[in-house]
Design a protein around this ligand. Structure first.
Ligand code: ADP
Length: 395
């Protein structure tokens, strides 16, 4: 069957049409600048990208343009919309209501809306995307796949903050974690690729992209993860600070004359690799800067890797051991230097790297040396394929 995978942001929408039997991507692309002007990028498998500028006042027009492109006489990937058998939607926040993917019903939409407060920028956009698809493709089954669901197996000791318990009871303040689709996909793929029994394994997944998070997966279930109530907590990211002393917020607010929104803007958009380096949030720019001796670029890379290594150490403690560590996402898959630096802190676990294997990037590969006590691997993530598989399993 063909599954249309939709990932709706507030002003953008990414899509892929996947044949679930072969797992081939038939077409993919994105709509940008929804509500501003509008731009569709469409790419049929094996063809060049096509870019169309057209008005997209809302997500409905954007999705209509995607559907038109998919069935276009010349460049369409399918002949008619009846060939779209199901739609899988990525939803950012499922709160405590969703511990797995679900078929979308009116009750599900209502429950997702109740989580809007927890992800005010993302969940409303996700809902707009679902409603637009319902209108344009009536009767086609749709599935919601949540970024938070995989982490719902965390025990209370991992998800409770050291705050008044009433905040958890009254406002649901707790650790949720994000990138769940990726952590789930990569942990399963790591076990498969390394020939491990997932049900009897301790795996740490380092999802290092522009947004970055790490998770401890024991016997196939998440037991801890670095992102929290929101994606701001944990690792140092492209522009997000990750963990800081919360008192810094008041201190900076006074010094810089900022209100709470101003401070949050700094922590989300002006911190992390970009904030430290003053150069860029993009790792490619940082490595280039570091090669030229840029001290702040070097500091940003060091802080980034050190934080990842500290989290790995804490998750080894959380699981009382580790069998495999997987690196994934843009930085994890492509930057050997980061993998090398992170693993250089982990010699105490008996980890040794195979420098030649680590220098390569690409498909699934083992980068630890034959005598390493813990296997280390690069496992490319594929969130769209994971959403497609979840969708097929439910419809
Ligand atoms: P997100 O999905 O969160 O936007 P990605 O997983 O695409 O993030 O990762 C983006 C990061 O990965 C950027 O810092 C980028 O520089 C880095 N990256 C991607 N490809 C490469 C590459 N070939 N070499 C070095 N860094 C890369």
């Amino acid at each position: 069957m063909n599954v249309l995978v939709i990932n709706c942001g507030s002003s953008s929408l990414k899509y892929q049409l996947i044949n679930s039997d072969t797992e081939d991507v038939l077409a993919k692309g994105l709509c940008e600048r929804i509500g501003i002007d509008g731009r569709l990028v469409y790419q049929k498998a094996g063809c060049d990208k096509e870019i169309t500028e057209a008005a997209m006042p809302t997500h409905k027009e954007a999705i209509q343009m995607v559907l038109d492109a998919l069935v276009n006489d010349k460049t369409g990937a399918i002949k008619s919309l009846s060939e779209v058998n199901a739609v899988g939607h990525r939803i950012v926040h499922g709160g405590e209501k969703f511990a797995s993917s679900v078929v979308i019903t009116d009750e599900v939409l209502e429950a997702v809306a109740q989580c809007n407060d927890l992800a005010p920028l993302h969940n409303p956009a996700n809902l707009i995307g679902i409603n637009a698809c319902k209108e344009l493709m009536p009767g086609v089954p749709m599935v919601a796949v949540f970024d938070t669901a995989f982490h719902q197996t965390m025990p209370e000791k991992a998800y409770l903050y050291g705050l008044p318990y009433e905040y958890y009871e009254n406002y649901k303040v707790r650790r949720y974690g994000f990138h769940g689709t990726s952590h789930s996909f990569v942990s399963k793929e790591t076990a498969r690729f390394l020939g491990m029994d997932l049900e009897n394994s301790k795996i740490i997944v380092c999802h290092l992209g522009n947004g970055a998070s790490i998770s401890a997966v024991k016997d196939g279930k998440c037991v801890d993860t670095s992102m929290g109530l929101t994606p701001l907590e944990g690792l140092v990211m492209g522009t997000r600070s990750g963990d800081i002393d919360p008192a810094i917020m008041e201190y900076i607010a006074k010094k810089e004359d900022l209100d709470i929104a101003g401070v949050m803007n700094v922590l989300n958009k002006k911190s992390g690799l970009e904030g430290i380096s003053g150069l860029s949030s993009d790792f490619r720019d940082l490595t280039a800067g570091a090669k030229e001796g840029n001290k702040r670029a070097i500091a940003a890379i060091e802080v980034f890797c050190y934080r990842v290594a500290k989290y790995v150490g804490s998750y080894v403690a959380a699981m009382n051991g580790v069998d495999a560590i997987a690196f994934t996402a843009g930085i994890g898959e492509n930057v050997g230097l980061v993998r090398e630096k992170v693993c250089s802190y982990l010699g105490y676990l008996g980890i040794t790297l195979d420098a030649e294997a680590n220098a390569k990037s690409g498909d699934d590969c083992v980068i630890s040396a034959a005598d390493s006590k813990v296997k280390v691997a690069v496992i490319p993530t594929n969130e769209e394929l994971a959403i497609c598989r979840e969708t097929v399993a439910l419809v």
